[in-house]
Design a protein. Structure first.
Length: 305
């Protein structure tokens, strides 16, 4: 409908005739952008990549492309739902630790975020029904774990860290399950789980002020910051030492040994730097995990050549 000044009334306010269609689209996309932001798209994309890598390592990415696509949809939507509902439950803590996140800054209401997360979980469950049984089991298990994480597991020292350390890397297993060979990805899952555990511990050190104010008993609050950081470093040392196993058991070719070296160096350095700056340390540790994922691809690729 038009107003007296020649403007057009829309769902996003009054737009003058000179604004045109592009102004309306810009406002609409700006409103939709928060729905992408709250899912933490970087993490979501990484779970999709892990799923594809799992299928690639298991040798079925070309023979069962529809199953791989269904697994990627299930993995990414469940992860997106988990990140969104985590922001819903953590909105008071985030007001202290991360006030720039969508709910604390008022970009999206808590109720709308909750409904959105449930829709994402539902989408992931429907996609999982297109997978073999083990794929469905992994997706449902991840969804239940993420739903319960903040309210049930996070307040228990170390338990919440262990849960996330299983959920994220389990998408490697999901990729293998989608193509019918979950066993081929078990060692990779174990390596990724140990590295993820280290990052989650360091993240808790970074968030200790807000968690303490909310009365949570995370691992750094229970045992102290320094012991937690040493535990994170020890986890990375174990992961680095065990990173040679996929080559020794014949899962990967010789290219993997060289490709995983930058990942190992980055993760070790990141875990060490976390003693100085936990925030930067955990972000660099995440970068090292990306390098490790690329090493998995190189290792499988060189074996096929």
């Amino acid at each position: 409908m038009s107003n007296s000044r020649g403007g057009v009334q829309t769902g996003w306010g009054t737009v003058s005739a000179s604004d045109g269609l592009f102004a309306v689209l810009r406002r609409q996309l700006s409103g939709l952008g928060v729905y992408l932001e709250i899912t933490r798209p970087g993490n979501v994309a990484f779970t999709g990549v892990l799923t594809v890598i799992g299928a690639f390592v298991a040798g079925g990415i070309l023979t069962r492309p529809l199953a791989v696509c269904a697994a990627v949809v299930a993995a990414t939507t469940v992860t997106a739902g988990g990140n969104t509902i985590n922001d819903y439950f953590d909105r008071d803590i985030d007001a202290i630790n991360r006030p720039d996140r969508p709910i604390p800054r008022g970009a999206i209401s808590a109720r709308r975020a909750l409904l959105y997360s449930l829709a994402l979980f539902g989408t992931g469950f429907v996609a999982s029904l297109l997978l073999p049984l083990w794929g469905t089991v992994i997706v449902v298990g991840n969804a239940l774990g993420l739903l319960a994480y903040t309210q049930v597991f996070k307040p228990l020292p170390g338990v919440g860290n262990a849960l996330i350390a299983v959920v994220m890397p389990s998408n490697l297993l999901l990729g293998g399950a989608a193509v019918g060979d979950v066993r081929a990805t078990v060692v990779l899952f174990a390596l990724a789980a140990i590295a993820t555990l280290s990052r989650e511990i360091i993240k808790d050190v970074e968030d200790i002020d807000g968690d303490r104010q909310e009365g949570l008993r995370t691992l750094p609050i229970a045992i102290g910051e320094s012991p937690s950081l040493w535990l994170g470093l020890a986890s990375i040392v174990v992961a680095v030492a065990a990173s040679v196993l996929p080559y020794l058991d014949g899962t990967f070719g010789t290219g993997y040994v060289l490709a995983v070296l930058p990942a190992n160096v980055t993760m070790l350095a990141a875990a060490g730097y976390a003693f100085v700056d936990p925030g930067s340390g955990q972000r660099w540790l995440k970068a090292g995990m990306v390098f490790a994922a690329l090493a998995f691809v190189v290792g499988r690729g060189t074996l096929l050549l």
